[in-house]
Design a protein around this ligand. Structure first.
Ligand code: SF4
Length: 225
């Protein structure tokens, strides 16, 4: 089997993302000292939403309530108003409140630290659970695959998959364990700045020499990121 250039890609990305803006959930995690509850809620809000919007909505929500108990005391309508305009804000407001109620009823007001338990929370899928485990519980056993990770792993030819869940499983098989907690941070940052969904900036890409650009039909000709 052909050996993938995982190590050089990850090393090049580590250097290249230095100085770029961190993804919203990473910023919240850093500023809140990896508080599992805030990482969980911010990740729930971040799905299909621009980072700046996620950050602003999370900040408004956490100003109103910072714990499962105080957030469960808000109405769904209040949460909707606080998190608007994140995408699917009505759905997300319902999930946020239901999650807080469940955390109070079943987990003593604490965010559980296992995949199995996290998946029992409303609106929490593997992406959210993996990110909470990596950022808040410092797990080194998980890879968090969102749309950026899924896209870039396929463009690099590391995996050939149709869904993020398939990509997660395939990445466990082809990457060294020590990169697992970093793949999300590196690929999301790269995906937001360079390897964008449309017109990726291949000419400005630090890993262009290691990337077969699978599925890329039109790249941006701009050289600056
Ligand atoms: S060379 Fe292009 S397709 Fe490959 S990682 Fe860089 S931006 Fe993405």
């Amino acid at each position: 089997m052909k050996r993938l250039p995982v190590e050089p890609v990850m090393r090049a990305l580590a250097r290249a993302i230095d100085g770029l803006e961190l993804p919203a959930v990473e910023k919240i995690s850093e500023s809140q000292e990896e508080d599992p509850f805030q990482v969980l809620i911010a990740t729930l809000l971040s799905a299909r939403t621009q980072d700046a919007t996620t950050l602003a909505a999370s900040t408004r929500l956490f100003k109103a309530a910072r714990t499962p108990r105080t957030m469960a005391a808000l109405t769904v309508r209040q949460i909707e108003r606080l998190i608007y305009p994140v995408s699917f804000y009505r759905h997300k407001a319902r999930h946020v409140r239901a999650t807080c109620v469940l955390l109070m009823e079943r987990y003593g007001g604490r965010v559980p630290g296992t995949m199995e338990e996290l998946l029992t929370l409303p609106g929490v899928g593997r992406k959210t659970a993996n990110l909470v485990l990596i950022l808040a519980f410092k797990s080194r056993q998980n890879i968090c695959v969102d749309t950026h990770v899924h896209r870039i792993a396929n463009r690099l030819g590391w995996v050939r998959t149709k869904t993020p869940d398939e990509t997660e499983q395939a990445l466990y098989a082809v990457t060294d364990r020590r990169w697992w907690p970093l793949i999300n941070l590196y690929f999301v940052t790269w995906g937001q700045n360079v390897c964008r969904p449309v017109y990726p900036r291949c000419e400005a890409c630090a890993i262009a020499g290691l990337c077969p650009r699978i599925g890329v039909t039109r790249a941006s000709r701009r050289r600056t990121a």
